[in-house]
Design a protein. Sequence first.
Length: 127
Amino acid sequence: MNKTILIVDDELYILDSMQRMLSALKYSILTASSGSEALDILASNEVDLIIVDIRMPEIDGKKIFTKVREIEPDIPVIIITGGDIQDGKSFAEKHGAFGFLEKPIELEKLKPLVDSALGKKQNNAHR
């Protein structure tokens, strides 16, 4: 079964770049350029992994992460940021995000993290 990844970032070139990288790896990709769009997508789609930028206007990645944990606590979340690296990293660690990546996102770092996150969700589903 094809895994679905939701990428949330207000920078459209980041969305496009990550979508191309992950589509090439045969994942189904959904994208959202705002927090409210991401929450709408989550309400109407089954998602296996969320990759979210921590710094966005209105509904930021921290709020999305918190909402995801309320709705579906088993969905792995990878936090990304190009801003305050230490803030992003400490938020990810403190709140139990699956992982953290610094922008610009490199396929060599993204692929193993995504594969591992999706493997973890699949393993949890079979327990």
